[in-house]
Design a protein around this ligand. Structure first.
Ligand SMILES: [Zn+2]
Length: 283
């Protein structure tokens, strides 16, 4: 694969790597990254104002351009979300102007408007990250892949319960083939996740002593040691719950429906990764 930085001057490569590092590793927002990019661009222009170096090229104006160039943009699926019942409709396919969801076969349609008249954009959009892509990214970390394999083998022999992973419920869990789920064949990994919900307060959301919070759904992999389980790179963000009011069980079920379908598919057929650091011919 040809490096996207191959044709760039060393100074531009350094700038791009700085932006990528601060954004992905340092937590710099896209807005802040764009500001820094502009500042570095101006500095570069001033420094090279009298230079005759023809190789110098202007910096990208947006950090997103650098992220796209490196193919690091997150992959996610977008849905039109009913503002009332949170039923999701795939944005790629045709979806009705008003929600057609029924809470029960005997009840009527929800009927809530999904798109304003004359608009192609839904009133509410819900984005969900691609779980399979995230799993592949997790397995791209050599030390994590080794830990995931060791954890499943070691904990099945433990007699001391020190984590939820040691519980009988997980130890005696049987897979779709009827065998104990933890006894996976060589070259396979059987992962156990916990689905969690929690609220977060954005750092800049305080207005007149009022705090704005938003609820998120996330998953943690119980195969990982507790010291790594909640590291941001090892937590999967399932989605951000649409507000602004407290949600009901029905709304939550509708929101989770596409994700549960993906989990069901993985439970039934698993996921084959064409290449990982440990298994070069597929895992
Ligand atoms: Zn609805």
């Amino acid at each position: 694969m040809c490096s996207p930085f191959r044709s760039l001057a060393p100074s531009l490569i350094l700038t791009n790597l700085t932006i990528l590092s601060l954004h992905f590793l340092g937590g710099l927002s896209l807005k802040q990254s764009n500001f820094l990019l502009c500042a570095l661009g101006l500095q570069s222009q001033i420094a090279t104002a009298h230079s005759e170096d023809s190789d110098l090229r202007p910096l990208p104006l947006q950090a997103h351009a650098i992220i796209d160039q490196m193919d690091l943009s997150p992959q996610y699926m977008s849905y039109a979300c009913c503002p009332k019942c949170f039923h999701l409709y795939d944005l790629e396919g045709p979806y009705p102007a008003a929600c057609t969801h029924r809470t029960a076969s005997s009840s009527g349609f929800c009927g809530t408007t999904l798109c304003p008249t004359g608009s192609q954009k839904p009133l509410n959009q819900y984005d969900a990250y691609d779980f399979k892509v995230w799993l592949a990214q997790v397995y791209a970390q050599p030390e994590i892949e080794i830990l995931l394999g060791q954890q499943a083998a070691a904990l099945t022999k433990s007699q001391v319960m020190c984590d939820v992973w040691d519980s009988d419920a997980i130890r005696t869990l049987r897979g779709p083939d009827g065998k104990f789920f933890l006894n996976c064949p060589q070259g396979e990994s059987h992962l156990v996740f916990s689905l969690n919900m929690g609220w977060f307060n954005p750092p800049t959301s305080k207005h007149s002593n009022k705090q704005v919070s938003f609820d998120v759904i996330y998953m943690t992999c119980l195969n990982l040691p507790t010291s790594l389980r909640y590291q941001p790179e090892n937590v999967f963000l399932v989605g951000v719950i649409p507000g602004p009011h407290e949600y009901s069980t029905t709304q939550m079920n509708n929101l989770l429906c596409p994700f549960v379908q993906i989990l069901t598919e993985l439970w039934d057929t698993g996921l084959f990764l064409e290449r990982t650091p440990k298994y070069l011919f597929g895992h």
